[in-house]
Ligand binder design. Structure first.
Ligand code: PLP
Length: 225
């Protein structure tokens, strides 16, 4: 019998392909980041056995406990950090992740630049934009985004490839996706990580190149994050 994770993955992939085709985009132009936070390594393994390779985690420590063994078995696995990164975890993040999606403040950008210089490892980075300007939420304010992108790329020489956002929970996400796309366009950034289980098809209509989907693949999480 095919496992539920494999079935969910196939369904999400089909929905991504349909949403892409609807706006004349090739389905391969959208990368599915399967968000495995709070789910056990056994669940990730099910997804790997079903052929999936790109995953997202929001905590450095959780990723360190789950992923090293999976990488031995599936060396082509790619892991994205999608949650807040503390500066004291920068060394572990640069060592353990293939993409860092949550660059959200100058001190972190400086720490990442220093660690990349030290280690020689340069995982591509995305800048997180707080499109809803929510006080409690991570991310650069939209008005500060152009300056921050410039600082990261030109002064710190960080490998910035795109932008990420998490729109406010209780709002229509479309204007947030449109805003992220506009900031990326005027800064000539090609990668847009936006859209989650509830709204990834809409994000694809607004140009998402990466959608981060957890619940629709792995099921509900026990906790609120
Ligand atoms: C948990 C999380 C997701 C996935 O959310 P779902 O609603 O489970 O698809 C996407 N992005 C970030 C930043 C997350 O923390």
């Amino acid at each position: 019998m095919e496992g539920v994770i494999a079935v969910n993955l196939a369904a999400v992939r089909e929905r991504i392909a349909a949403a892409a085709r609807a706006v004349d985009r090739p389905p391969e132009s959208v990368t599915l980041v399967a968000v495995s936070k709070t789910h056990p390594a056994a669940s990730v393994r099910q997804a790997l056995l079903a052929g999936h390779r790109v995953f997202g985690e929001n905590r450095v420590q959780e990723a360190q406990t789950k992923y090293p063994k999976l990488r031995e078995e599936f060396p082509e696995l790619a892991l994205h950090l999608i949650g807040p990164l503390q500066t004291n975890k920068v060394r572990d993040a640069v060592a353990g992740f293939d993409v860092i999606e949550s660059v959200d403040r100058l001190r972190l950008a400086q720490a990442l630049a220093g660690e990349m210089e030290r280690s020689g490892r340069r995982p591509p980075c995305l800048i997180e934009v707080n499109t809803g300007e929510e006080p409690q939420k991570a991310g650069i304010m939209p008005a500060d985004a152009d300056g921050f992108i410039f600082e990261c790329r030109e002064r710190l020489d960080l490998p910035i490839i795109g932008l990420m956002c998490v729109p406010p929970l209780d709002e229509e996400p479309a204007p947030h996706f449109a805003l992220l796309r506009e900031i990326a366009r005027r800064n000539e950034l090609e990668i847009l990580s936006m859209g989650m289980s509830a709204d990834f098809e809409k994000a694809i209509r607004f140009g998402a190149t990466h959608v981060r989907v957890g619940t629709a693949i792995f099921g509900a999480r026990g906790t609120g994050d």
